[in-house]
Design a protein around this ligand. Structure first.
Ligand code: SF4
Length: 767
């Protein structure tokens, strides 16, 4: 059976939603009402629809989708001061395509529950207040805490949904103004392991390649990513490649037979958390089958295990224990599948790996990231069109907004770190503050920040544009912590799970109600213009941060006060680093469909492949590579052992829970959960294999309770053989069916990213 037939059958059998709408029906309805060409897993078979405009548009403006890190270009139609239509931008990388969430950008500004006025908690209730009252209270409480308990008693918790200018300004205010590195955010939960992987291997963060590599790859290694649902426009591009080059081979590694895995030529449905063993076995096979690139080993690689230097011979000895036969037992797949995956990966003309949360959200997330990079480096599958490791970003601006600006507790802009005196002094000089102003002490990473609130060490926290009271693992514990602190939440919507815990809620502008820059997975900075006014008294997050700086006495430091001024400052600062994008002027952002850094001059077209002399303007010499992020020019192959699960199954908790997402919803559904078109699609289900269901006496559609060592959540059972026996799956989208009550807040020791992807649970019928 071909992919198309398989998908149709899947829909009929499994994808009837609460209101009886199938995904295909929904997409068809959206396409005819919003008039947009849609793609998604169901159009993986080229089912495209013609757009039919609904409301005449006065003017079209280029912009960027508000949702995922694919960063699709869109044209935004405005009439009478309202966004009335959107369509895919044919001149952007997505070539006019949008998924259903992209289509729904048309409606996101006009949903219910927009936050319209500041609110202050009085007598236990959130009550309307003026901006002056709210900002006066915030400034007083933050100032009191700083003066009485020191700068580390306050914190900022942001998001990859903020514009770059906003994250940059928050980082500068807290680190160079207040003097604390307590600057964290949702990207720690999402992609910290990818960042830690790149930095520890290449000496610099962010992917090497670009989306164009998809058009040249002959083998795709998709591991820990359900791209068809989570990055559907990029997935469609992979399917385009497969259609035009039928010999293209797709390997998918995922414990579930996802929409993505259904298109795989080879699907390895490994047991969750066994990726390190699998990748070690692939390296074993590379060596055995003679695929190791000796030029890479001799000239470009070095080897490490923990703090110890190792050699290629040590790597050979290390992986000798990871034979496919032994690893087959660890991973729950066959040795033949492992050998074939290694052969296909190494023997193709160009292999591109793509991954996201499935690797990142593990207690060995950094190790798994390092090893995917090692697969490419050892085989030389890197630096040519189509050959690259390429991590995908979940949020629209986690890369450029948070990773590049260094808006995390250990970081400073452009790859600098707070523990380096040289890096601190450089940033103190660039920011014009006295030497010693930036603390040498790393701030609290995400889980530690909420633990510090629990202890009472962090007294005040500003949360911007994210919803940690739903998105954190082991969330009830961290909700209790938030209740102890003075919590300020700036959000475009109220209520959210987090605004309900706040002492002050600030109404924030959303998407095209303000202006700023996003950066998507391929290092492309692109501009979202302000096209309409925000509702009520809502303000941009940048304006809120500038006013907070003024009221706390840091107005002179935060001298760039609008999106253009902040961008100009940030662009100039980048010139002092190997993240140089000083050539990306605001005028270019306004004219062009974004530019990929490095981009060191105003006539530079942007860089597709980093570290390749002739392509990357920062790469020198005539060799194959100039790995300029590393002092000796050699990147690191890390040796890692497969570890045991941190939350093992027992008789009391016999099943493994893993979490993920669906196509139609995004993150904690703060936006998509309020869209009328999606009200019939509530991801309330728990996928369970029929064998497990039979053992537990659970029937399709029955209410069930998931219990872990930390908490429990209710779901509706969905029986499916697309999941392995012993494994259950729920999305983290729903506040009503809140899987994060059960998930584990243990984290990777390097990246500090929590392990959402596996924990031991018990499933009960609800009585
Ligand atoms: Fe938006 Fe991502 Fe969909 Fe593109 S793939 S339209 S960026 S949600």
């Amino acid at each position: 059976m071909g992919g198309v037939e398989a998908e149709e059958r899947y829909e009929v059998n499994h994808q009837q939603y609460q209101h009886g709408l199938t995904r295909r029906e929904l997409l068809r309805w959206m396409a005819t009402s919003a008039g947009v060409v849609c793609v998604g897993p169901l159009s993986g078979c080229s089912s495209l629809w013609e757009r039919q405009p609904v409301i005449p548009v006065e003017a079209w403006h280029k912009g960027v989708c508000r949702f995922c890190g694919t960063g699709c270009g869109i044209q935004i139609g405005v009439r009478g001061g309202r966004v009335v239509d959107v369509k895919g931008d044919e001149y952007a990388h997505n070539k006019g395509r949008l998924c259903i969430k992209g289509v729904l950008n048309r409606d996101i500004l006009y949903t219910q529950d927009r936050a319209l006025h500041p609110l202050i908690r009085r007598d236990g209730e959130l009550q309307q207040a003026t901006w002056d009252e709210a900002m006066t209270l915030i400034a007083r409480r933050f100032r009191e805490a700083i003066d009485r308990f020191g700068p580390h008693s306050v914190a900022f918790y942001g998001s990859g949904q903020l514009f770059t200018q906003e994250s940059y300004t928050a980082n500068k205010l807290f680190k160079a103004g207040i003097g604390t590195n307590n600057v964290e955010g949702n990207p720690r939960l999402c992609m910290a392991s990818a960042a830690a992987g790149y930095v520890s291997v290449f000496g610099m963060d962010e992917p090497l390649g670009c989306y164009e590599d998809i058009d040249a790859a002959d083998c795709f290694f998709v591991t820990g990513s359900n791209m068809a649902e989570c990055h559907p426009v990029l997935w469609e591009r992979i399917l385009d490649r497969k259609r035009s080059q039928p010999g293209t081979f797709i390997i998918v590694v995922d414990p579930r037979r996802t929409m993505t895995a259904r298109h795989a030529d080879l699907h390895l449905d490994i047991l969750p958390g066994t990726d390190v063993a699998l990748f070690n076995a692939m390296i074993y096979e590379f060596i055995l089958q003679g695929f190791v690139d000796t030029d890479m080993v001799e000239h470009y690689l070095t080897f490490r295990e923990g703090t110890r230097t190792r050699t290629y011979a040590d790597l050979r000895r290390h992986v000798a224990q990871y034979t496919p036969e032994r690893v087959a037992d660890i991973c729950g797949v066959s040795a033949r599948q492992i050998s074939e995956a290694a052969f296909r990966f190494a023997s193709s003309k160009a292999t591109m790996s793509l991954w996201t949360m499935g690797l990142n959200q593990q207690s060995q997330g950094t190790a798994a990231n390092r090893l995917v990079m090692a697969l490419h480096l050892l085989t030389g599958q890197i630096g040519q069109p189509g050959a690259t490791p390429f991590s995908l970003t979940g949020q629209p601006n986690a890369g450029g907004g948070v990773r590049d600006t260094g808006a995390l507790a250990h970081a400073l802009p452009n790859g600098r770190i707070v523990t380096s005196p040289k890096d601190r002094h450089e940033m103190e000089d660039l920011w014009g503050v006295p030497r010693g102003r930036i603390s040498a002490k790393p701030g609290y990473h995400a889980v530690a920040l909420f633990e510090a609130m629990e202890r009472g060490d962090v007294k005040c926290c500003l949360v911007m544009c994210t919803n940690p009271a739903q998105s954190l693992p082991n969330v009830e514990r961290h909700r209790r912590a938030m209740r102890k602190a003075f919590l300020v939440v700036a959000d475009a919507f109220h209520p959210t799970e987090t605004t309900q815990l706040a002492d002050v809620v600030l109404p924030a502008a959303l998407w095209t109600e303000k202006e700023g820059v996003f950066s998507q997975s391929e290092r492309r900075y692109h501009l979202v213009p302000k096209l309409v006014d925000p509702p009520g008294e809502a303000r941009s997050d940048l304006k809120i941060l500038v006013e907070m700086a003024d009221r706390l006495g840091y107005g002179a430091l935060i001298s760039a006060r609008n999106p253009r001024e902040v961008w100009e400052e940030w662009r100039q600062i980048s010139a002092h680093s190997k993240y140089d994008f000083s050539g990306i002027t605001y005028v270019r952002l306004q004219k062009e469909r974004g530019l990929l850094w490095p981009c060191p001059s105003e006539d530079h077209p942007g860089t597709c492949r980093r570290y390749v002399p002739g392509e990357d303007p920062l790469a020198r010499g005539k060799g194959r590579f100039d790995f300029y992020g590393r002092p000796n020019g050699r990147v690191v192959i890390w040796l890692h052992e497969q570890e045991q699960p941190k939350d093992p199954t027992t008789d009391a908790f016999p099943l493994v829970l893993t979490t993920g997402r669906v196509l139609e919803h995004w993150h904690t559904m703060t936006i998509t959960g309020r869209l009328e078109a999606l009200t019939g699609i509530h991801p309330n289900f728990l996928e369970i294999h029929p064998q497990d269901a039979a053992l537990l006496g659970i029937k399709e559609g029955e209410e069930v309770v998931v219990r872990s060592r930390r908490g429990q959540a209710d779901f509706i059972a969905r029986l499916t053989d697309t999941i392995r026996p012993g494994l259950v799956f729920a999305t983290f989208h729903s506040a009503r069916h809140l899987v994060n009550r059960a998930t584990n807040d243990v984290y990777d020791p390097f990246s500090k990213q929590p392990e959402y992807k596996l924990c031991a649970v018990l499933i009960d019928r609800k009585r």
